[in-house]
Design a protein around this ligand. Sequence first.
Ligand code: HEM
Length: 525
Amino acid sequence: MEVFREIQVLLLDNWLILLLTLFFTKLLFNKYGQGLNSIPGPFLAGFSDFWRFLCTTFSTAHEVHIELHRKTNSQFVRIGPRTISISDTTLIPTIYGTHSAFTKSDYYNLSMMPLDGRYTPSLFTAVDERYHTSIKRPIATAYSMTTIIEFEPLVDSTSALLMSRLDGFAASGVSFDFGVWLQMYAFDVIGEILFSQKLGFLESGTDVAGIMADIRGKISYAACVGQIPFLDKILTKNPLFLKIVPTHPIVTFTLERMRERATSMAYGAGRKRDFLTRCIEAQARYPDIVTDRMIILYNGDNVAAGSDTTGIALRTIFYYLLKTPACLRRVVDEIDHADKLGQLSSFVTWHESTRLPYLQACIKEALRIHPVVGLIIERCVPKGGIVLGGHYLPENTVVGMNPWVTSRDEGVYGADADTFRPERWLEATQEQLIAMERANLTFGYGKRACIGKNISMLEICKVVPQLLRHYEVRYFEDFVSDSNSDACISCPSCGQTRSGQFGEDGLCGKMASKCTFEKGLGGLS
Ligand code: HEM
């Protein structure tokens, strides 16, 4: 008893020293006790995930990752005590492939959205592969290309609205942010595809229900806090937070659309073959899996994962075309030529777009040079550990590839991998093409690859030629600007220009659109 009392007194008297000792022992164990210390990386990264957190919060993680791989000249870089960034693209099938035993990491838990004070994993956030397969099966066909093509008229009506807004800007001469309008376009298309209803972004010119800001905030939160996932358990996965924020704007929005649909069906309104209808049909076939809650999750995922991403992709494509006038000229010539030959409908169709090889090369190249995802796509090493690239990685080590790192791989894309050069996709041999396609992780890879890729590609492939065909886009040298970007759309008939910024991230530059001239439709409108 006396001994215990003495220990107690000792502990109480020296609690600070004890805590510090434990803390530093843990740091040393992180660095040297994980069996990963032979892998190169920033010295501090091995001690704690705080390095990753700082890197993501205060710098541009994708640039840091590219530099680390190049500087260390290593395909394996340690960026956390148990986190390895890999750049060897031949390992993509092993880590992400259909039969891979690697699973998603805790990072994905952060993106779960609360509903009625509870969190349920969705297609995107599910970590358990069996659960994921069970919830994917009922709805997978709704994302197939044959289904998606049925949505073309919905994309066209949104393109028409976007163009009328662009024409409106041109007529009034008001400055505007083209990047934001492309993003609003992407949101409205998703609304049409999911609920046969534009979300109202283009119509109102505002961020409806704060959804855009909310997604931005959520992505920033997930990117930063996701580097130390247990922080999220304290910050948002607690009863107090759930009481204050029991649900999410996207969830509320989806619920409202479902209620509207239920009411319209009760009044005998015809069923529209949109995504929501397909969910209701899946519910009839799989009532145990496709619950109302699951329908909300499917749709919530689509809004969260499908609009901001497509908006970024559209910005990127226009940005690189405007910054590379020779490519812009060539792609516009291709579109105009097809137009003259009568090969384009009034709204360019998916099939017509896929028959424009240079346009397709430009889209691929833009998505390669500026992938939407800029962090490693995390996976956990399966039970028993694994040897990859000569390194033994214990089970639960987090590994992953950053799409920016793989898409700048000079071994795959050539010495000019950092340059926007669409021609590379047309010149490559069949063998090179396979390697280039595989290394492009823009939409992920394998069993957890982007299920909405077809939706995005449909939008992109249709709207890019549609805008390039109706508006002359050119680089505007003389524009006096305090931003680093400078491009405009101008009227080829009157030469007038209007200016505005593309995006707050500096992605795109000065934008102007005096657009009374519509090339594709022939003549002045
Ligand atoms: C340019 C646009 C897009 C990009 C770059 C993109 C990117 C990605 C990536 C990289 C993944 C894989 C994440 C991982 O492995 O951890 C993913 C998954 C996913 N994406 Fe997309 N996405 C886009 C558009 C869309 C659209 C339009 C939708 C839906 C309408 C969508 C819905 C999803 C869903 C549900 C998943 C999870 C799939 C699963 O795990 O089964 N995405 N996306």
